[in-house]
Write a protein that binds this ligand. Structure first.
Ligand code: ZN
Ligand code: ZN
Length: 394
């Protein structure tokens, strides 16, 4: 194959391939000068586009003149100045950015010789078709040659997780991080009183955050009616207020007396909680065993909300969709005494949630204080009874 680096005039709008136009690659320095593009860059970008099943790829930086390259903290002689590089954001069919971890892996398969993650949120990726060797980097976590293999570097696309509550005792989160845990779902509490906040929720949240572990939360239900589920949702929202969750927040319904109500009533309870928490700006999902999802959960819930499947087997035969699989209750992780639940995450929830501005990452949420109030009183009325609970900052 003959490689061609072609020169284009500033206003040239040649369609280079089905999804890329010359205009997207011109220099952004503000001067209307010529620019260059390597044919091989376009060919590989097209391959990447179809490999990732993109809905679009946005080129945030293509060709750069030496002055512009230096202005954006380049060397002035890098691949962008040769017309061999592009910084891109790839979007999936759901309209959301595809994680740079996935893009790096597929770019490696595509044969790009220079590849790097360039943002902490794993949204943008640098790719180039340099000659004379390859460079796989991660500009956020060390701007040097970081790996021979992005699949090994990022541990594939699956994330290893745990879910914990007060029953796991005091956790050494730094050790947990060092053990390779990518996310944690924390029990926030149970029932409909703020006093039923998990005793270690605040401590676990702070510890996981300090260790750089993305967190989610769940609320354990005792609701017997949709009204009670709404009260539980309100208490849950008061407990997680002011915090940020990279992972979804979940409704956990698994009491036998609830299942005894039958599928229709159980589903109504689930909907009441899920709708209320979602309306408050959260990426909310449902936790359930494989059997409860099959026998006690209406289809509209399973298609509408992300599912956290609990199935303690080597290979699950659950045929529905799920974003997280809790595959064991008898895991062992450094930093945690005794057994711990183990999970596998299949979606890049942190990227999706931040892009949507949910779970405390939105503009509205930024207006709330970073720290919750020292105390908050929650009063709930159920029938003739009034319950009063106090939320105390630990
Ligand atoms: Zn320029
Ligand atoms: Zn770049």
């Amino acid at each position: 194959m003959i490689r061609m680096i072609k020169t284009y005039g500033y206003t040239d709008n040649t369609q280079l391939s089905p999804h890329f136009n010359a205009q997207e690659f011109r220099c952004k320095c503000g001067k209307a000068h010529d620019f260059q593009i390597d044919d091989d860059l376009i060919t590989k970008l097209e391959t990447l586009y179809s490999t990732l099943n993109c809905s679009k790829i946005i080129v945030t930086s293509g060709f750069r003149c030496a002055a512009h390259d230096k202005a954006v903290k380049g060397s002035g002689t890098g691949q962008h100045t040769l017309g061999k590089a592009a910084d891109i954001c790839c979007y999936g069919q759901d309209g959301q950015p595809i994680s740079s971890k996935t893009v790096c892996c597929k770019a490696q398969d595509t044969g790009f010789t220079g590849i790097a993650n360039i943002t902490a949120a794993y949204i943008y990726t640098h790719v180039d078709v340099r000659s004379g060797g390859k460079w796989y980097g991660d500009e956020v976590h060390g701007n040097s040659s970081v790996t021979d293999d992005f699949y090994k570097y990022f541990g594939g696309e699956d994330m290893k997780g745990i879910d914990v509550s007060v029953h796991n005792g005091k956790i050494d989160w730094q050790k947990v991080r060092a053990a390779g845990i990518d996310f944690a779902i924390l029990r926030a509490g149970y029932g409909r009183l703020a006093s039923q906040k998990d005793e270690r929720f605040v401590e676990n949240y702070a510890g996981a955050k300090a260790a750089g572990i993305p967190v989610g939360a769940y609320w354990y239900s005792y609701a017997m009616t949709p009204e009670e589920a709404e009260l539980e949702a309100d208490v849950f929202l008061s407990v997680i207020k002011g915090k940020q969750f990279e992972m979804p927040v979940y409704f956990d319904l698994e009491e036998k007396k609830q299942f005894d109500l039958g599928k229709e009533k159980v589903s109504a309870i689930m909907r009441a909680f899920l709708e209320r928490v979602e309306a408050a700006g959260y990426f909310v999902g449902l936790y359930g065993s494989a059997s409860s999802l099959v026998t006690h959960t209406a289809d509209d819930i399973k298609s509408r909300y992300t599912i956290w499947l609990a199935h303690w087997v080597d290979q699950t035969n659950y045929s529905g969709a799920y974003g997280i699989w809790q595959h064991s209750e008898k895991g062992s992780v450094d930093g945690i005494n005794g057994n711990v639940d183990l999970d596998i995450g299949y979606k890049n929830f942190p990227t999706i949630i931040k892009a949507k501005g949910l779970n405390g990452y939105g503009k509205a949420a930024n207006l709330t204080p970073a720290e919750p109030d020292t105390t908050a009183t929650v009063i709930v009325t159920i029938g003739k009874d009034t319950y009063k609970g106090t939320l105390v900052k630990e």
